[in-house]
Design a protein around this ligand. Structure first.
Ligand code: 5GP
Ligand code: MN
Length: 334
């Protein structure tokens, strides 16, 4: 984003406005953290701010402040459409294309509001008036910190806003294990100086499983994991029956895909889950293996080089086979 664009946005924000912040389906710590952090800041500037996400967020985020300002499109269709239609400014956070917000994308497309996209995914679609897109950024939360700083409002970041933004730093980097750059740590340090209690925060994020979720993890590792030894790949699949037996809800499968990368020599992992209407695939990799290419080529999805996802209206077995056939092209590129 250029300095001129920052000045233009700052001018737009001089008068109190109705603002909506949108983030992606299956919102994660970065989606919710960046939305809440920006909302709290904009409220300090006297704006009226609503957050709308297509589907519910995981329970582990329930320690975050101001969750009551989030509306879920799946639960309140008309109300959410009305919020978007009424807004004079729309922020699009942590996603790069309107298909990530379901039918709300139509309302955004036809809205005359000024649109600002802040995101770190590859290949952003040209849907916004202003775009801050940095694929090297750890998280959208890191970019929100940068955006607030560029606007000259860094001094307005308090402990609560800090908690929101720190959340995305932690969740999108797996506790600073990947996707970091020096600036990521500078932001973390500055937020800690603002009073963020990162130990409590990490405890809230990572030690908040239910017994059921832990048992589901055990089931996945013991009964549903297949190793493709010769390709350094592995996958876990979950059937509709598993969904019923473990009454799997939103967020219950979060993080499971990462366990396979703990195995020596496994560099590509997938979680393939047969959900009520679609089969969803989550992909993770280490090093040069590009799962973003795999997700966009084979599963109509996208994301980042080392963490991507997609979905398909197909049979579970077909998606498993599609994955297995695709694997050699990515692990042993010719
Ligand atoms: P997850 O596997 O945790 O659902 O998502 C990993 C990454 O891939 C996230 O950055 C997410 O935004 C992206 N992603 C997940 N599912 C999809 C999808 O269906 N389409 C696209 N374009 N990106 C996805
Ligand atoms: Mn993110």
């Amino acid at each position: 984003m250029t300095e001129i664009e920052i000045v233009e946005i700052k001018n737009l924000l001089l008068i109190p406005q109705e603002i909506v912040i949108l983030s992606h389906r299956n919102p994660d710590g970065d989606a919710i953290g960046s939305s809440l952090g920006l909302a709290l800041l904009l409220r300090k500037l006297m704006h009226t701010v609503k957050i709308v996400v297509p589907s519910e967020y995981p329970n582990m985020l329930s320690y975050l402040p101001s969750l009551d300002s989030i509306e879920v499109f799946d639960l309140k269709h008309d109300e959410c459409r009305a919020i978007v239609d009424k807004a004079k400014m729309i922020f699009l956070l942590d996603f790069n294309g309107l298909d990530r917000i379901d039918k709300l994308g139509e309302n955004v497309q036809f809205s005359k509001a000024k649109k600002i996209m802040i995101d770190h995914h590859l290949d952003p679609e040209p849907v916004a008036d202003y775009v801050m897109s940095e694929t090297e950024a750890s998280s959208t939360c890191e970019l929100i910190y940068k955006f607030i700083t560029q606007l000259g409002y860094e001094h307005l970041i308090d402990e609560k806003i800090g908690e929101c933004l720190f959340t995305g730093l932690v969740t999108d980097t797996g506790s600073f294990k990947y996707s970091t750059r020096p600036y990521t740590y500078q932001v973390a340090a500055n937020l800690k100086e603002k009073g963020v209690d990162d130990y409590t925060l990490q405890n809230n994020i990572f030690n908040s499983l239910t017994v059921k979720q832990l048992q589901l993890l055990g089931h996945c590792l013991a009964n549903r994991m297949e190793i493709m030894e010769e390709h350094g790949a592995a996958y876990i699949y979950l059937t509709k029956e598993d969904y019923a037996k473990f009454s799997i809800g939103r967020g219950d499968t979060e993080g499971i895909v990462n366990y396979m990368l703990m195995v020596h020599n496994i560099k590509l992992a997938a979680l393939i889950s047969e959900q009520p209407t679609v089969v969803k695939i989550s992909l993770r990799s280490k090093g040069d293996i590009n799962v973003q290419a795999m997700a966009s080529t084979h599963f109509r999805g996208g994301g980042h080089k080392n963490a991507s996802g997609g979905a398909a209206y197909a049979k579970l077995d077909d998606i498993i086979n599609r994955f297995k056939q695709a694997v050699p092209n990515y692990t042993n590129p010719s």
